[in-house]
Design a protein. Structure first.
Lengths: 52, 445
């Protein structure tokens, strides 16, 4: 694989970095990272689980 | 069975007819294969057709060609995997077969599911059942086409940023992305592990509920599967939504809509009110960062899976998908972590919103299906605008037909719900579907 990005890759990277600039502005304070593989955890209560 | 009978047949109807011995599974299988042979050369819904029946009383369904199928090639829509033949079934396929399904074929998709058009450079573009000059949407485009044209009675797609819901919307069928962890992703060629979801595409909400019931549940082979019992989803389809609390996030999700999509959504919300639901406006402020969060998570995860293949088979990828993968190599780990922290903020935001509403309703896609020969970058970007948010937060979201443009192209509405509360999402979609009756309109083929 070449070290340099293809023109398509460079274009995609540019777009990602533009969007990333917005994410970098977010005040994260002491927010921990999401448990990456438990995306569905928030929003469900024990009561709901019990009902299911 | 005549073609007209097959076109009007749902999965629920077929199961009833087979059970009452008013139709044989063999007769149904033959009719579906005949229809595939007639229509697939024009619409490219299937990459591989499976002609042999494996279940005596089985019903014909398809799976996207990134679900591993034992002794049947699984290409992921790629040149790289053109001859890849798995040794075992994906968990979803195992569950489908156990429920009595005959896998009728492997459906076309965007190369490695990394795109929303299903303009596949190796297997041809999946074509829209309502106008074959237009895209089917993606990445599960072949599945939506197959269902819309009755080439099988349902299909399993996958959804990392909207890949079930987008083609469902553009093809006029129903598509559900369940809660993350509800349906096993073991044995699927991954795109982005923490955003990938497996889910059904079907003609009706009832069929969607039936298929979800077949494949939902804990899978010890999938480390991300959640051990939360799946209810009987059909029981939720009561038609009753009185006092259902609907949240409408007008900012972002109702902006930059094609006029006919905007009008269809306005009419649909009026219908929900008439059915007794209570509608309130809600705010999801993190919509302004969610695209960046999605890209910062999906890109490095996708690159990680493909890293070795890119080193050895660089030219086996199309420039389009290779470009997206390559970009993932250049990103910084601190930005991945930042995106995961922002993801926590988004999840908390949803948690707060769902304290006051039961479901959120948005358009699925802001535009109707673009033309294959003229699709531009703006249209491609528009297709995923409203769906990827729910992949990041992992919440269930369905697309259900809510109208047609003046050119006869379908419009889809998205209903999202609380984690593991697919039942309420299905109940709302079903009540609307039964009232609006858009499902009675089928492609004239």
């Amino acid at each position: 694989m070449p070290n340099e990005l293809t023109p398509e890759g460079a274009e995609v990277l540019k777009a990602i970095l533009e969007e990333t600039a917005l994410v970098r502005e977010v005040r994260l304070d002491d927010t921990p990272p999401a448990m990456v593989f438990e995306a569905g955890e928030h929003g469900v209560t024990k009561t709901q689980r019990h009902k299911e | 069975m005549t073609e007209d009978e097959l076109k009007g047949l749902t999965l629920a109807g077929a199961l009833r007819l087979i059970q009452r011995k008013q139709m044989t599974a063999s007769e149904l299988h033959t009719s579906v294969l005949d229809r595939i042979d007639r229509l697939n050369p024009r619409f490219n819904a299937f990459i591989t057709i499976v002609r042999e029946r494996t279940t005596a009383n089985g019903f014909p369904v398809s799976v996207k060609d990134l679900y591993d199928t034992k002794d049947i090639r699984t290409t992921a829509g790629s040149r790289l995997y053109a001859d890849r033949v798995p040794r075992e079934d994906a968990s979803v396929v195992t569950k489908l077969r156990a429920a009595g399904a005959d896998i009728i074929g492997k459906t076309n998709l965007h190369e490695f599911a990394f795109g929303v058009t299903t303009i596949n450079p190796y297997f041809g573009a999946a074509r829209n059942p309502w106008d074959p000059e237009r895209i089917a949407g993606g990445s599960s485009g072949g599945s939506a086409v197959a269902v819309a044209l009755s080439m099988g009675l349902g299909s399993m797609g996958s959804d990392t940023g909207g890949s079930i819901r987008i083609p469902a919307a553009l093809c006029g069928v129903v598509g559900l992305k369940p809660t993350y962890g509800r349906v096993s992703i073991k044995g699927m060629v991954p795109l982005s592990w923490s955003l990938d979801h497996a889910g059904p595409i079907a003609k009706t909400v009832e069929d969607t509920a039936i298929l979800l019931g077949m494949v939902a549940g804990f899978d010890p082979r999938d480390p991300y599967s959640r051990d939360i019992e799946a209810p009987q989803y059909e029981k939720a389809l009561t038609g009753e939504i009185k006092d259902l609390r609907i949240g409408v996030p007008r900012k972002y999700f109702y902006e930059q809509l094609a006029p006919e999509v905007s009008e269809a959504m306005r009419t649909a919300l009026v219908a929900f009110e008439r059915l007794g639901a209570r509608i309130t406006d809600v705010d999801l402020p993190s919509t302004n960062i969610h695209r960046g969060v999605w890209l910062q998570i999906a890109s490095p995860e996708a690159y990680s899976y493909h890293e070795r293949h890119l080193e050895t088979h660089f030219d086996s990828y199309s420039p389009d998908v290779r470009g997206r993968l390559e970009a993932g190599r250049e990103l910084r780990s601190i930005d991945y972590l930042r995106a995961q922290r922002a993801r926590t903020i988004m999840k908390r935001e949803c948690q707060r919103v769902f304290e006051t509403v039961d479901v959120l309703i948005t358009p699925t896609v802001p535009i109707a299906a673009p033309r294959i020969d003229r699709i531009d970058k703006t249209e491609v970007a528009a297709l995923g605008r409203f769906t990827r948010f729910f992949n990041i937060v992992g919440l269930p979201a369905i697309s259900v037909p809510c109208g047609f443009t003046s050119e006869g192209l379908p419009i889809g509405m998205q209903i999202a719900g609380k984690a593991f509360d697919e039942s309420t999402v299905l109940r709302a979609a079903h009540a609307y579907e039964q009232d609006a009756k858009w499902i009675e309109r089928r492609p004239e083929l």
